[in-house]
Design a binder for this molecule. Structure first.
Ligand SMILES: *Cc1c(COP(=O)(O)O)cnc(C)c1O
Length: 367
């Protein structure tokens, strides 16, 4: 009964996300080049910003990346299964009592508080082995890390097997902000209490602030995924494209209305296409009235409210013969993640990490 099995996942898909591991690898090379002299780690938390941590990490390991960062212990455990050899840091450290899982999977906790420092030391003493750890300092963002006061008693840190000391910049995407230099100086001062331990301050935007910010290890995430390091700075290769097939197309009359709340009214007879992606897929409801999709170089406004599973598109400017099954571009050459983010009043990071799991995914190999 072959008529029941002719299709495959790509034929069934109403929308598909293409992730170029090649572009990610090229972005890694570019950023690593900027940080020459410093080791270039890769941040693959949140499933590599939604793009697939296993695929991304393997592609980068093939490009000689040896160090990776995740946020949670469970992300580290999953990544360990994919990369048996890599050095993996867990940014949030561990919940009380979970030191054993951390060590059992060969993961390195980033210790963010004196409580975590004490727990890790106690655990290592019990185990009779100084498992590696990193320390994070709060250099001004008041988010994670030890304060200057926490460093007052150096003996507390004796016996730790420290692989890294690190901090995080709050304003690196604003190169002119005086907070950057202020945080850098604080970081240098705090790191001086741990001579010889490699230092890391710069995430993606921080790397572009220049060599003063690189220290011994840089840790880009967003830049690998093609997000601009600061407004208007397009140096990185775009990594994702998102294409959607027209699910249905109709012509409505002047005065007819579209979508939930009937919030959009046709000023004249209008062709309207329905695409099968919505806020459950990361196309934000707040984008109603702002966003567009594209047919080639033709911009097509999204009209009416964004539904959970669909959006409506004004096809006035599109060729008249477009029909169900034809393809429109949501993310592509005319609209990158940063541009789509602007139409939603947010940043590329949020658009990427929100892209849903329902899209059919195609990976372009790193080569
Ligand atoms: C997320 C994160 C990074 C990576 O940040 P990008 O801006 O995506 O490069 C680096 N360090 C820490 C502590 C982070 O939380």
């Amino acid at each position: 009964m072959h008529i029941f099995s002719q299709d495959d996942a790509s034929a069934r898909a109403g929308a598909w996300l293409t992730v170029s591991l090649k572009a990610i690898a090229n972005n890694y090379d570019l950023v690593a080049g900027l940080g020459a002299g410093a080791e270039c780690a890769a941040v693959v938390k949140a499933d590599a910003y939604g793009l697939g941590a296993a695929q991304v990490a393997q592609a980068l390991a093939g490009r000689d990346a040896g160090t990776f960062f995740v946020a949670h212990l469970d992300e580290g455990i999953a990544l360990r299964a994919v990369l048996p050899q890599a050095r993996i840091f867990v940014l949030h450290g561990f919940m009380p009592g979970c030191e054993g899982s951390m060590a059992a999977h060969g993961l390195i906790p980033v210790l963010n508080s004196l409580d975590q420092v004490r727990s890790w030391k106690w655990f290592c003493e019990q185990a009779g082995q100084a498992f590696p750890a990193a320390l994070q300092f709060d250099s001004g963002m008041s988010r994670f890390g030890l304060s200057i006061e926490d460093l007052a008693e150096p003996a507390l840190f004796n016996g730790l097997n420290l692989q890294l000391v690190m901090s995080h910049l709050a304003c690196a995407d604003m190169p002119d902000s005086s907070a950057n230099e202020m945080q850098r100086q604080r970081f240098v001062t705090m790191a001086a209490a741990f001579p010889g331990v490699p230092r890391s301050l710069a995430a993606s935007s921080g790397i572009f602030l220049g060599p003063d910010y690189h220290f011994e290890l840089i840790r880009p995430g967003a830049a690998l995924y093609g997000i601009a390091p600061s407004e208007g700075r397009r140096v990185l290769a775009p990594v994702v494209s998102l294409d959607a097939r027209i699910a249905q197309i109709r012509t409505i009359q002047a005065g007819d209305r579209v979508g939930y709340g009937l919030s959009w009214t046709a000023p004249k007879a209008t062709r309207v296409a329905t695409l099968g992606l919505g806020y459950a897929d990361g196309f934000f409801r707040a984008q109603a009235g702002q966003a567009s999709v594209w047919y080639g170089r033709t911009r097509l406004p999204v009209i009416g409210r964004v539904s959970m599973d669909s959006i409506s598109v004004d096809m006035t400017e599109a060729p008249a013969d477009l029909k169900a099954g034809d393809v429109l571009s949501v993310l592509g050459p005319q609209q990158d993640v940063d541009a789509l983010a602007r139409s939603a009043g947010t940043i590329g990071y949020e658009v990427l990490t929100a892209l849903g799991s329902r899209f059919h995914r195609v990976y372009v190999p790193a080569g």
